[in-house]
Each structure stands twice: as structure tokens, then as C-alpha cells.
Write a protein that binds this ligand. Structure first.
Ligand SMILES: [Zn+2]
Length: 398
């Protein structure tokens, strides 16, 4: 398997994410240039033809919250989590990733995150970053959040800023409103989303700060993207209220695997709960929190357990919605494609399969497992084997 300028995917069952039926997809360079029946390979050019009969084609996944240079360190230096490698991303079916710092804005730096994002882009996937870390005032590359969004290509918003969490800087609602204002004008002046992504902890205030800001100010609700929203039932109920007002809420994949901490809902159950409560599917996104630390604290706030979040949890939870919970493919897939693409203002270049859009495509086999992954027209994963590698990844990996 080698990468050529033209690739023709034959006989896929296409979910774009709407169901298009059995189609062929022709890719030229990094773009989809035709979707139709019985497409021919272009004459006089070499074209790789891949028959995916019986398989399903969906847009490449968008993971809107990943600790690309690692995160955590909440149990001391030895618990700082490692960097993400290209293989972690593509094996998860992810073709667009948004990086963030996290708890540690002291030994982790925005310039390192920006460099990592640029490196991964050069290795073949699409990357963006949020500027900032948990704290307020937050870490930036230039003098402030607004300037970062306007000046730095990869910065599409600010985050993850921590609220309702014992690890937060205990920001006031004025602090958060000011950051949202910087995001808003920064986004407007640069034509980007200018999203303010908020890490919401287990604290009793939940989303009350956001409701106050909404009641008293002029910032539209779409400027905010609260994440980890299903970490407990009370927070999820606040999330349902937030979504009813027109906001988008982000569920963290892999939710309940924290030892000794079984209060969180399964992500797939959280999705169904939101839908039952009348949340429009278009207002739900999911992210992996990949390479973030998953600490467990006891009642005294002492660290008693630590794991590293895996990016592949993202699609596992979506697959569970399809296979175990019988949500339609077109709906389940939207949560990690079209919905985040729209929230992050990347649509329709990203988050859908359409002519003129980026050739970011995941091919699922009969069991709905990830078989092939194409990112910007390049084959990254083929028959479940990684074929495009990061600079320092071992060629026998995957
Ligand atoms: Zn977080």
C-alpha cells in the first residue's frame, strides 16, 4: 500500500453523515473530488483503487480535547503523562485533533503545544490548539488570548479553563466573562470559532457561573463549550439545561473507567439521557481527553489512583451507541464529526463527506470496527495496520 495523488474508494456504504447509500469516492490530493456511482479512475494517471464493498465510509473523527504534549502531573513529577504520537491519533480514527495544556501551566508551555501541533500536521493529520491552561489569568503565546486567536493560525479558541473544580484557580464569573469576550472578538476578527472550552469539575457550582454570565451579559451561549459534562448526574442535568438554551455540551469518552469512582455515567448512556431529555443531537459533542491524566481523589482530596486517557475510547463509545444502544449510524457519527466541526467552525471542510471537502475518511468493517483511515487523502491506516508513521515511530508498530 503506497500513497498516490488519486485514490478511488469503490462500493462504500456512505454516511456523510447522512446516509448516501452505496457510492464510490474519488480523491485527488487532499480533497474529495467526486462522490457517485460507478466512478472511473482518471485515465492517464496512476490511481490507487480500494474496493471497500460491505464496508461503511464515514467522515474522519474530530477529537476536540487532547493533551498532545501530555498533561496531568497531579501526583508529582513522575505522574506527568507522555506526548501523543501520530499512531495514537490515527488508530483512533481521528483525523482532526485539538490540543490543550491542562492542569499544569507551569512546566508545560503553549509554545511546546504549538510546535507539537505543527509537527503532527506535518506528519499528516489536521491539528488546532486552544490557548491557555486551567488557570486564570491563563497562559498564552502572545500577550493575551484574543491576540493568540487572531495572530496564530492554529489557535481556534481558549481552554481548557477549569471551573467548579478544586484544581481550578477559583475564577470569578467576571474572569470567565472577560475570557469569553476575548474569545468572541478574537474569533470574529480572525474568522475562527473563538471557542472558550471549560473543564468542569465535580464542584457543587457546576455550570452556574455560565448561567449567570448568560443572564447578565451579551456573550452568546455558542461561545462556550463545557467539557467532562457527564462526570456526574447533577452536572449532566446542568448540561441538559445549558443545551436547552442553545449551548453545545461535550461528553468525555471512556467516562466510568476511573477506579473507585463509579459516579460518572457511561458516555453512551449520557448521550441517550440527553436525547431523552430533549437535547437536540446537534448540540452534543464527544472528546477523548487523550493523554490527560485520570486521577482519582478520595474524600479528603488526596490522590489515590491515576491512569492515562486513551484517544481510542472516543470511537469505542460511539460504536457502543451504534451496536449496543441502536442509535443510527448517521446520528452517532455526527457527535464526533459534523457537530464538533460546526462548533469549531471547521465545517464543511471538516466533519462531512462532500465534494470539495477534505479527504478525511474512516472506513468501518462489518463489525463497525475501524479498518482504514485516510487523512487529507493519505492512507494512514490500512486493514487495521498503521502504514503512515510519525518521524520517530517504529515501522513495525501498529
Ligand atoms: Zn479537563
Amino acid at each position: 500500500m503506497t500513497n498516490t495523488f488519486f485514490t478511488l474508494l469503490k462500493n462504500a456504504e456512505v454516511f456523510a453523515p447522512d446516509k448516501l447509500g452505496r457510492k464510490d469516492l474519488l480523491i485527488a490530493g487532499d480533497k474529495i473530488v467526486a462522490i457517485g456511482s460507478q466512478l472511473e479512475a482518471p485515465a492517464d494517471y496512476s490511481c490507487q483503487i480500494i474496493d471497500v464493498d460491505g464496508y461503511v465510509a464515514v467522515p474522519g473523527f474530530i477529537d476536540n480535547h487532547v493533551h498532545l504534549i501530555g498533561g496531568g502531573g497531579e501526583g508529582g513529577y513522575a505522574t506527568r503523562t507522555p506526548e501523543v504520537q501520530l499512531g495514537d491519533i490515527i488508530r483512533a480514527g481521528v483525523t482532526t485533533v485539538v490540543g490543550c495544556l491542562g492542569t499544569d501551566g507551569t512546566t508545560r508551555h503553549m509554545t511546546a503545544l504549538l510546535a507539537k501541533a505543527r509537527g503532527l500536521e506535518a506528519e499528516g493529520v489536521t491539528t488546532y490548539i486552544y490557548t491557555g491552561s486551567y488557570e486564570v489569568p491563563t497562559n498564552t503565546i502572545t500577550r493575551n488570548v484574543r491576540d493568540d486567536i487572531i495572530i496564530i493560525d492554529k489557535v481556534i479558541g481558549c481552554g481548557e479553563i477549569a471551573i467548579s473544580d478544586h484544581r481550578s484557580a477559583q475564577p470569578t464569573k467576571e474572569d470567565i466573562a472577560k475570557l469569553a469576550a476575548e474569545c468572541r472578538t478574537g474569533g470574529m476578527l480572525s474568522g475562527k470559532a473563538g471557542i472558550l472550552q471549560l473543564h468542569v469539575g465535580d464542584g457543587k457550582n457546576k455550570l452556574s457561573m455560565l448561567f449567570d454570565i448568560m443572564n447578565e451579559g451579551e456573550i452568546p451561549i455558542t461561545q462556550f463549550l463545557p467539557t467532562h459534562i457527564s462526570r456526574n448526574q447533577a452536572l449532566l442535568d446542568d448540561g441538559v439545561r445549558f443545551a436547552a438554551l442553545g449551548g453545545t455540551i461535550d461528553i468525555t469518552a471512556g467516562g466510568v473507567k476511573r477506579p473507585g469512582k463509579e459516579t460518572g455515567l457511561r458516555p453512551s448512556d449520557a448521550v441517550l439521557y440527553c436525547l431523552e431529555k430533549g437535547v437536540p443531537l446537534s448540540r452534543l459533542t464527544m472528546s477523548s481527553d487523550g493523554n490527560g491524566s485520570l486521577p482519582t481523589f478520595n474524600e479528603q482530596g488526596q490522590l489515590v489512583g491515576l491512569e492515562v486517557a486513551q484517544m481510542d475510547a472516543l470511537y469505542q463509545d460511539i460504536r457502543e451507541l451504534i451496536i449496543g444502544k441502536h442509535l443510527e449510524i448517521k446520528d452517532a457519527i455526527r457527535i464526533i464529526t459534523e457537530n464538533p466541526a460546526k462548533a469549531l467552525k471547521l465545517y464543511p471542510k471538516k466533519g462531512c463527506l462532500q465534494v470539495g471537502g477534505d479527504a478525511d475518511i474512516v472506513i468501518l468493517d462489518q463489525d463497525m470496527n475501524i479498518a482504514h483511515v485516510l487523512a487529507k487523502g493519505n492512507i494512514m491506516l490500512y486493514e487495521k495496520k498503521q502504514i503512515t508513521f510519525g518521524t520517530f515511530e517504529k515501522r513495525n508498530a501498529g
